[in-house]
Design a protein around this ligand. Structure first.
Ligand SMILES: Cc1ncc(COP(=O)(O)O)c(C=O)c1O
Length: 366
């Protein structure tokens, strides 16, 4: 979750006013399900500039977040064998299942998606998060990128979910895979980590042969995404306010991430942090004897919500013990309180721990 209290309300209102004052009335009717040409061009310019994605606006489809993109693709690609990272985002696995597809699980190691394992399956499409693997945070290694592109060029399709590439704190982010094989890679992005998930605004950049079937599926799903939001987002991109917002958020999230790392070292020294310095979440491995379900339950009783890493595994019972910790939408004191509550649940601490709002609750101990 991004910092929802920092949503750029004034810039958004200004952008909406600007977009709405210049739009022709015709464009407020049923427009192309792909999205407004002006909004698709603005997204295309942004992706070229920031991710190296050469996206002809004709191949850009605006949609209701990455989730709808996956749903539309699941429908269009229903006759193909689909694979996804294991662990991978649980919601995407559920969306595929909802459309009658059981994604083949492909292991992830310290170099990211195991492309050799992928090539040994019958899959002809894979969903992957190469810039910052969800949930482990691992960046796909250069050798694996090359191997994955080779696999794609051999007649297969890669769905590249670039969900949080705006945030890389230690170096420039790796470029999008799409830039290297635009006809074999479907690129997905959204504003859910940059502005707010509640906007439900995302995009796909498609190989030419998929544009027509995906637009047809989008048309039948909802006849197109909200014109108002497209107008505002296009104007926000053009004004430079989106970039300014991201610069501000990067600094803030880096500080929050560092604070979380500090709190983990202090209260949970046995936790191992996975992945690169990037994104808006951090995944930690805990010692093998930790009872994750119990920890999650005890933390929840203090109003600290954490997702167990096991949710992201095809076989949750075989998952290593770990937790996914979001930090971008928390103040430093909430981070501190949250980690102390987790530590108490893990059994490293048995002191009196305040809940997320600073209220003190007696620690019942793990
Ligand atoms: C891996 C991954 N991809 C994409 C998204 C964004 O989905 P949407 O754009 O539908 O909000 C998320 C949100 O948590 C995510 O974790």
């Amino acid at each position: 979750m991004p910092d929802l209290s920092s949503f750029p309300r004034h810039s958004w209102l200004r952008a909406l006013r600007q977009g709405l004052s210049s739009i022709e009335s015709q464009s407020l009717g049923y427009t192309s399900p792909k999205g407004l040409p002006d909004a698709r061009t603005a997204v295309s310019d942004y992706l070229r500039r920031t991710r190296g994605v050469l996206a002809d606006p004709q191949r850009v489809v605006l949609c209701s977040g990455a989730t709808q993109a996956i749903a539309l693709l699941a429908h269009v690609l229903r006759n193909r064998s689909v694979a996804m990272e294991d662990p991978g985002f649980w919601l995407h696995r559920m969306v595929f299942r909802h459309h009658g597809i059981e994604p083949l699980p492909i292991p992830v190691d310290d170099d990211g998606l195991d492309v050799t394992a992928l090539a040994n399956t019958t899959a002809s499409t894979v969903l992957t998060t190469p810039a910052h693997q969800s949930p482990t945070g691992i960046v796909l290694s250069p050798a694996r990128r090359t191997a994955l592109l080779e696999w794609a060029r051999a007649g297969n399709l890669v769905i590249e979910d670039d969900y949080d590439a705006e945030y890389r704190y230690d170096r420039a982010p790796v470029g999008a895979l799409h830039a290297l094989a635009p006809d074999r890679v479907i690129y997905l992005g959204s504003v859910s980590k940059t502005l707010a998930p509640g906007l439900r605004l995302g995009w796909m950049v498609l190989p030419p042969d998929l544009v027509r079937p995906v637009v047809s599926a989008k048309s039948l799903a909802d006849t197109g995404s909200s014109v108002m939001d497209q107008l505002a987002f296009a104007a926000l991109l053009r004004s430079g306010d989106y970039d300014r917002h991201l610069r501000l958020m990067r600094r803030r999230y880096l500080a929050r991430r560092n604070y979380l790392l500090h709190a983990l070292r202090e209260y949970l020294p046995d936790a191992t942090v996975l992945g690169a310095a990037a994104g808006v979440h951090l995944t930690v491995r805990l010692p093998d004897d930790c009872d994750i379900e119990d920890i999650v339950r005890r933390a929840a009783s203090r109003r600290v919500r954490i997702d167990p890493l096991s949710w992201c595994y095809t076989e949750p019972d075989c998952a290593p013990p770990g937790l996914i910790l979001g930090y971008a939408n928390l103040t430093e004191s909430q981070i501190d309180t949250g980690v102390r509550a987790i530590a108490a649940a893990v059994g490293h601490s048995s002191q009196v721990v305040p809940d997320i709002n600073g209220k003190v609750a007696p620690d019942s101990g793990p």
